[in-house]
Design a protein around this ligand. Structure first.
Ligand code: SF4
Ligand code: SF4
Length: 295
């Protein structure tokens, strides 16, 4: 891939950021973050957050102490495990105590494991300081729009300063927080990847502009993910009954954005509790009852 050398140095053993590395290094997600502070039209909360992950199966939710145990057990079994991410099932930064307790313990007990987190960005600015303390060098922000009129079609509401805010006003606040968080992270030298969910007829035309803007602000990778529709999964995903993009539509958009930006094309939209190499999920080997039994 075409990443600049100083970024390549940081991500060479990160399976998500290097096309080559994903064959050799493993990643793991722990599901410690149940709550969310916004509503996306494509989420019905029964499944994992689309910040990073695939709907369809509810993750086993962990207490931070259990999650740490699990990570240590997996790292002992799978030596290629280099990266631990928190991606859901809700928004990790809407559960700051749980998320940061997990990171704090891991930074102490397993300092070689890289930590990363994904977020919708709403409460990102207030957590940038804390993120920079835990040696978290990768943050993924899901940015589906930079225009509140588009956002109003994606986000029915946000929960902000103890109030529920709806429509265009809600989208405007979310967008502002996402952009501010992105700028603050880049200013501190924390790598930022942007995820966008491609929703045909809603933001498909708009995502090229999103790509340009996030690149100009210093995001190092843009990952356009398809909306996973109800039809494909035989499950209800998309409160508005929205269809997902076809393979060709997705590829055309990724090509259009690629002129401006490094595009990630091998993301597998892993579950919030995925374990192993990309494309494999060994999560079932490491359920909490099995980990307790290993001890
Ligand atoms: Fe669902 Fe994630 Fe959106 Fe929250 S940010 S509503 S968990 S998809
Ligand atoms: Fe990597 Fe994508 Fe899976 Fe996250 S969802 S662990 S970025 S492949």
């Amino acid at each position: 891939n075409h990443l600049p050398e100083h970024i390549r140095q940081k991500v060479f053993n990160h399976p998500c950021y290097s096309e080559e590395a994903h064959h050799y290094f493993a990643r793991m997600h722990v599901a410690v973050a149940p709550a969310c502070n916004i509503q996306c039209n494509y989420c019905n909360r029964k499944y994992d957050c689309a910040n990073e992950s695939r709907p369809g199966v509810v993750s086993e939710l962990h207490h931070p102490d259990q999650a740490v145990k699990k990570v240590l057990a997996v790292a002992a079994t799978i030596p290629q495990m280099t990266v631990l991410g928190i991606a859901g099932p809700g928004d990790p930064l809407a559960n700051p105590e749980r998320t940061f307790s997990t990171f704090r313990q891991l930074a102490e007990q397993a300092p070689d494991i890289k930590l990363c987190v994904s977020t919708n960005g709403l409460s990102l600015p207030e957590h940038v300081e804390e993120l920079s303390k835990h040696n978290i060098d990768h943050v993924t922000i899901t940015i589906n729009c930079v225009d509140p009129d588009v956002g109003a079609q994606i986000y029915p509401w946000i929960f902000w300063k103890n109030k529920r805010i709806k429509g265009r006003e809600a989208a405007a606040i979310l967008i502002e927080q996402q952009q501010k968080g992105l700028e603050m992270l880049v200013a501190r030298g924390i790598l930022v990847k942007v995820n966008s969910v491609m929703i045909p007829g809603v933001n498909d035309k708009h995502l090229e502009e999103v790509s340009k803007i996030v690149k100009s602000k210093g995001a190092f990778l843009h990952n356009v993910m398809p909306l996973i529709s109800e039809a494909e999964h035989g499950t209800f995903y998309g409160l508005t009954g929205q269809r997902g993009p076809t393979h060709d539509e997705l590829q055309a958009l990724q090509d259009a954005c690629a002129g401006d930006m490094n595009m990630m094309r091998h993301c597998r939209q892993c579950r919030a509790d995925a374990v192993g190499l990309l494309g494999e999920d060994r999560g079932a080997e490491f359920t909490m009852d099995k980990i307790e039994a290993m001890e």
